[in-house]
Design a protein around this ligand. Structure first.
Ligand code: T4K
Length: 392
């Protein structure tokens, strides 16, 4: 590596270094007193899980906020996804999904006796590309499992038209898509089932937590049974269910946060706008375009780093930013298709492979100061300029 670059990059990092680590995200935590006061009735009644009053309230409030007829809470998004596969009675076959996702999306298939068939992604939205979908459908296919990556809706109309032609259910991994609307309609109204995650890294959090949304009353009833061991009555177990329940402690955290959802999204929107203003013209950086018919949640701020024009590749930029105390994340590297148990050869999913090599998610969260965004953008453009000057 060029020593002039090394020493000047070190000087730049020393002068711009944040006094504390800047993470890709931070949970949006309500005041602790508010969580305690929300939790107090549960404490007094000593009812801390199993469909408690807070759980019931959070379910109803979220269904209203997210505009979905049926929403069922879970202990986390992964168990919710696993339960959705069981509720659809999928077994012994393939599910078509994307390789550009968090391992949970694909791991649940293996836990359910299914296997993934990977469809390449669109290079602009990072979502499953419907152009490649239909040719992957065989007699073995049981369902389609697309992901609304970074909260951007998939091409739901085309995916669902293909699914309908082949009589296949569509289960959306909507872990990133809390409160996203497409053409002024909740994204959760698409497909048979959508899964949400309320993990600490998500824009609405119950520490760990998740939900399934559906428009089907029958599916909702199955979720309820399956997440509670299949228990239909004190002496009746009707299906082999598991424990997917959310506790009252988690529900209290969720309830205490509900009134900040809109403000939180507005803050993120402003920060995303600022990043865009500062980085849009940077050579070799490609920013995610938000389609005009989408009300986005700005959960992530992914950039694509093209070495030929930017001067540095994504991995080098990621490492150098750590010297500034900036901890970005390579969501989603490695691709799920590259896990040894998937055995998909290199070159089979070209758009996903390029995205996994080039995408870097920058810090974005409601309490991130605008001055920090300016400093992060200065660090990124400064490193790019320096690299181009030193011709690495
Ligand atoms: N499908 C998709 C598409 C998903 O993205 C996910 C989860 C799932 C399904 C599964 O849903 P869950 O079962 O998780 O509900 C994180 C999360 O653990 C994971 O939930 C999330 N996706 C994924 C995108 O991100 P890591 O390995 O990056 O987490 P970690 O611990 O490195 O945290 C990232 C940053 O967040 C830290 O650098 C700092 C900050 N952080 C994290 C935690 C836990 C905090 O500030 N406070 C915290 O408490 O996976």
């Amino acid at each position: 590596m060029n020593t002039v670059f090394e020493s000047q990059a070190r000087d730049m990092a020393a002068s711009l270094r944040f006094p504390e680590p800047v993470y890709v995200t931070r949970p949006n935590l309500p005041p602790l007193e508010k969580v305690i006061s929300t939790l107090t009735p549960a404490w007094e009644q000593r009812w801390i899980t199993n469909d408690g009053a807070l759980h019931v309230r959070l379910e109803a409030e979220l269904a209203r906020l997210l505009d979905t007829p049926y929403l069922t809470l879970f202990c986390n998004g992964t168990i919710a996804l696993l339960t959705a596969l069981k509720a659809l009675d999928l077994k012994n076959g393939a599910v078509i999904t994307t390789p550009f996702t968090f391992p949970a999306t694909v791991n649940v298939l293996y836990w359910s006796g299914l296997h993934p068939v990977f469809c390449d992604i669109r290079p602009d939205t990072y979502n499953l590309d419907p152009d490649g979908l239909e040719s992957l459908i065989t007699r073995d296919t049981r369902a389609i499992l697309p992901v609304h990556v970074y909260g951007t809706p998939c091409d739901v109309e085309r995916i669902e038209a293909i699914a309908a032609r082949h009589n296949l259910p569509v289960l959306y991994d909507a872990a990133h898509a809390f409160n996203v609307r497409l053409r002024n309609k909740s994204i959760l109204l698409h497909g048979d089932i959508s899964m949400l995650s309320f993990h600490a890294t998500k824009i609405f959090t119950t520490a760990e937590g998740g939900a399934l949304a559906t428009t089907s009353n029958l599916l909702q009833e199955r979720f309820r049974l399956l997440k509670n061991f299949g228990i239909a009555g004190e002496e009746t177990v009707v299906v082999p269910g598991i424990n997917g329940k959310m506790s009252e402690l988690q529900a209290a955290l969720g309830l205490a946060q509900l009134d900040s959802v809109t403000q939180n999204t507005e803050k993120r929107k402003c920060l995303a706008k600022l990043y865009r203003k500062l980085l849009d013209q940077e050579p070799g950086l490609v920013l995610l375009e938000i389609p005009p018919d989408v009300d986005h949640n700005y959960a992530y701020f992914p950039i694509r780093v093209r070495k030929e024009k930017f001067g540095l590749d994504r991995d080098r930029l990621y490492s150098l930013l750590k010297d500034f105390n900036i901890y970005c994340r390579k969501y989603f590297y490695p691709l799920c298709s590259s896990h040894p148990w998937c055995r998909v050869g290199e070159g089979a999913l070209p758009h996903a492979e390029t995205a996994a090599r080039e995408v870097l998610c920058l810090p974005i969260y409601a309490t991130l100061p605008e001055t920090w965004v300016e400093k992060i953008a200065t660090a990124i453009s400064g490193l790019g300029r320096l690299a181009r000057r030193c011709v690495l």
